[in-house]
Write a protein that binds this ligand. Structure first.
Ligand SMILES: [Zn+2]
Length: 141
């Protein structure tokens, strides 16, 4: 059996969960996504399917754009949704998608560092890059 790919929601990055997987563009806008995680956009057909299902379950109002994209991407690749969000889990189940919670255990072991996404400066601090002035991003070391 082919191993299913994991689709990561924003909580994975915020809580420092297992980073193995892909994520949609709306999550990357919401939080800092480490460069090792590939960003893949879901197609319109799947986005529509997710919104229709969420409307039926009554979850549409509480889902963010990022949540909808995570679900649509998982639907598109038949992947596993990685989230601790109850509304997302609820819609995922309705879509017959596999769901995995974000483990908080790993977060204790992860150390974060700041880097510059523009010039690649690795000793950056939070805020502006001292080399080129671009806003720095965070990633696990
Ligand atoms: Zn820089």
């Amino acid at each position: 059996m082919v191993k299913k790919q994991r689709v990561l929601d924003a909580g994975v990055f915020i809580e420092g969960g297992n980073l193995e997987g892909i994520t949609p563009p709306a999550v990357a806008k919401e939080t800092e996504v480490p460069p090792i995680v590939e960003i893949v956009a879901p197609n319109d057909t799947k986005l529509k399917a997710v919104m229709e299902t969420a409307e039926k379950t009554g979850d549409l109002d509480v889902l963010s754009r990022a949540d909808v994209e995570v679900l649509a991407l998982a639907l598109q690749i038949d992947g596993i949704v990685c989230t601790n969000d109850f509304a997302v889990q609820n819609v995922a189940k309705k879509l017959k998608l596999e769901v995995e919670g974000v483990s908080r255990e790993i977060s204790k072991e992860i150390k974060w560092c700041w880097y510059c996404p523009a010039c690649g400066w690795k000793r950056a601090r939070k805020g502006e890059c001292e080399r080129c002035g671009t806003e720095t991003k965070r990633r696990p070391t």
